[in-house]
Design a binder for this molecule. Structure first.
Ligand code: CA
Length: 693
């Protein structure tokens, strides 16, 4: 029962750690044309019609629903150009909407094969489109990049940016830099080698590709940077891909002509499997600066040498000018998963500061000169062979949800999560690389949560979420608004002194930027994770947010999301002062009679099913079977009582068009029955828990 003790230790650790402008500028038409509003991605709007004084009059102007196959996560930043909004939803579908009325102008469906869903860890989300040269450019989950005619929504060009035989996916937004569009990809947990590629906007022709980790040295290196990086790896990492996928953040400085990319974790996670437990493994968990015309390497800063905790550096980067020690500095700011808020000199990658913004257990701090972390020996679980309770968890102290920087207050606003996770290497020799499967090298039986309700309740108490305001110069939290879940929305701030953010309970709220006081809120019928935007058309300021609950935590860590609002809608909702739109009233939920089938399997079969469930099923159906996203919580599914129907889903792909993989080549009928036995056991656990309430 070592793991139980690890969990209890984590609970204790976590518990212990535990000017507004009055001006009313007449706004002309103001677009939100770039993903992060400006190329430095501050997500700070100069619009001032909506103020702390009148935000209470903010009302719905209009809403528009995504055409979703099912209610899956919505993480997109809509963009607005010349009075038209382009918003992306689940399955990389795009809506073009009149930004004043919400009237649908066109919609685009890339018609993704549902089988692609198994290649993605974290829901079939899309974080937004790009606009340039009269084209709307959308990245597609299956690895395509498609340019649409902005007037008609018809494809102008389409390129496959990934090898379809490997488990690459794309969820990030493309970024436009001069005459090129740049896109990365995801899949570090699935055995791929990361890269970003630039394409010519006019033609879709590839301009350059920059790999983020080295390939097989025997095949030669693509460039000097890869040769240098290869010196920081050991063993035969290329056989497992190596990871380092750049799946979300980029930013561009036009004066310096530098493109910054955030690079993800190593793959497999287990450092011993990946690189014999040796070397820094560049450019895993690094920020890399590239020359955008050629893709040439300029500098890098590695946050986590030899990462084995999924501590990606793919989180949002903000470029700003700060005065630090009385000197003006051109900085790059990031609050990556690893729990430290970084301030770098973006001209050369030099470390300025790095400060924990949540409790961290993997390091005792960063070297004040170099920023290199002092990693605690126990955190090296692949070397010690012992489980390590990590803070933050692989979901991060902060994940992809965009931050916002208000130059007037000098504060960065972003959502944080406090949550622990037990990192446990798989048994020696147990790892089998599977190009179609999960390749982290973790022990699925021991890295999952214990089923004991008392321990789970204690773990639940240690999980926290908040919206915080961070001073990047004084390196401290200025205010914090506790939230009811650890998975919440991206952030917008405005020059009038407002901060907007949605959260996991379905609330969308406006806060005072100086002190975090809540000034306005509305319930939007689903948890909100996407970041809001603002724009103005004919002098009227609008606030808009895409609504839809999903992403990694709702799918795989439902146990941490007791107070979340389950997904009921996938839509864009837009507000203005005195808006007269109405949200539809949803039908009352039916409470279904809950009577799971009796447990008939032996303890041994259930234990085997538990391991198989946490190898094949948990990423979407939830750790220990608890799901709070848009994928069925199997404990409450009538199907678990029907052996043939269950096998039809698992072994024959009955729901593959909706994204449920066909495991016919991966699981035997007996293994499928063991999984069903485990889920039936969990359904009975749920019945017993409900009986006690
Ligand atoms: Ca990852």
């Amino acid at each position: 029962m070592k793991l139980t003790n690890q969990w209890c230790a984590a609970v204790l650790l976590a518990l212990a750690a535990a000017g507004c402008s009055q001006g009313h500028k007449t706004a002309a038409d103001v677009d939100w044309a770039l993903h992060g509003l400006d190329a430095g991605e501050k997500r700070f709007s100069a619009l001032e019609e909506i103020t702390p004084g009148n935000v209470s009059e903010l009302k719905v102007a209009w809403y528009a629903d995504f055409d979703a196959r099912s209610l899956r996560g919505v993480e997109g930043t809509p963009i607005v150009v010349d009075g038209v909004m382009y918003a992306s939803g689940p399955w990389s579908k795009v809506l073009a909407l009149d930004a004043v009325s919400g009237r649908k102008l066109w919609e685009f469906d890339p018609e993704i094969d549902g089988a692609v869903a198994r290649k993605g860890c974290c829901d079939v989300v899309n974080r937004g489109v790009a606009y340039a040269q009269g084209k709307v450019i959308v990245s597609v989950l299956d690895g395509r990049l498609i340019a649409l005619d902005a007037r008609t929504g018809k494809p102008v060009w389409s390129v496959q940016t990934t090898d379809k035989d490997k488990s690459y996916t794309i969820t990030g937004a493309p970024r436009v830099v001069k005459d090129k569009v740049v896109i990365g990809n995801g899949g570090a947990e699935y055995g791929v080698r990361g890269y970003v590629t630039a394409y010519d906007i006019a033609t879709g022709r590839q301009a350059w590709r920059f790999y983020t980790v080295p390939g097989d040295p025997k095949k030669g290196f693509e460039n000097k940077a890869m040769e240098m990086a290869a010196g920081t790896w050991s063993g035969e990492w290329w056989k497992y891909g190596g990871g380092g996928t750049a799946w979300d953040s980029m930013a561009y400085d036009a004066d310096l002509d530098l493109l910054y990319i955030g690079v993800g974790n190593g793959g497999p996670w287990d450092y011993k499997l990946r690189s014999q437990g040796k070397g820094d493994n560049l450019f895993v968990s690094s920020i890399v600066a590239l020359r955008p015309s050629t893709g040439e390497y300029v500098w890098h800063f590695q946050e986590v040498p030899g990462d084995e905790w999924d501590y990606t550096a793919t989180q949002h980067m903000i470029l700003a000018d700060l005065t630090i020690d009385s000197k003006p500095r051109k900085v790059l700011m990031q609050a990556p998963k690893n729990g430290h808020f970084y301030v770098l000199d973006r001209t050369n990658g030099q470390f300025i500061s790095g400060t924990p913004y949540v409790p961290v257990s993997w390091t005792t701090g960063l070297d004040p000169k170099t920023g290199r972390p002092n990693i605690v020996p126990a955190a090296r679980y692949s070397t010690t062979g012992e489980p390590f309770m990590g803070l933050p968890s692989p979901a991060g102290g902060h994940s992809w949800q965009p931050m916002s920087f208000n130059p007037n207050t000098g504060l960065v606003y972003f959502p944080i999560a406090e949550m622990a996770y037990p990192y446990v290497s798989d048994k020696p020799g147990a790892f089998r690389y599977d190009p179609r499967g999960w390749n982290t090298g973790q022990d699925p039986a021991r890295s999952s949560m214990p089923e004991d309700p008392a321990i789970r309740a204690e773990i639940g108490k240690s999980v926290k979420g908040a919206l915080i305001a961070w001073d990047p110069v004084k390196r401290r939290k200025v205010w914090s608004v506790p939230l009811d879940t650890p998975w919440n929305g991206g952030v917008l701030s405005t020059a009038s002194g407002l901060v907007f953010e949605g959260n996991g309970t379905g609330e969308f709220a406006a806060y005072d930027a100086t002190n975090g006081r809540k000034l306005w809120s509305i319930n939007l019928d689903s948890g909100v994770v996407a970041p809001p935007i603002t724009y103005s058309v004919r002098g009227v300021q609008y606030i808009s947010v895409a609504v839809g609950w999903g992403g990694i935590l709702p799918l795989n860590m439902g146990a941490a999301l007791d107070k979340a609002q389950l997904p009921k809608v996938n839509r864009v909702v837009t507000f203005r002062l005195g808006g007269t739109g109405k949200l539809p009233v949803l039908p009352a939920e039916q409470s279904m009679p809950f009577d799971p089938p009796a447990v008939t399997a032996s303890d041994a079969v259930i234990a085997r099913g538990r391991t198989l469930f946490h190898t094949r099923c948990w990423m979407c159906h939830g750790d220990t079977g608890v799901n709070k996203g848009g994928v069925p919580d199997l404990r409450m599914s009538a199907m678990i009582g029907d052996k043939a129907a269950f096998a039809g889903f698992v072994l024959q792909g009955a729901a593959e068009p909706r994204g449920m993989p066909n495991f016919g080549k991966d699981l035997s009928p007996e293994e499928t029955e063991a999984i069903r036995a485990y889920v039936i056991k969990r359904a009975n656990d749920l019945k017993a828990e409900r009986g006690k309430r």
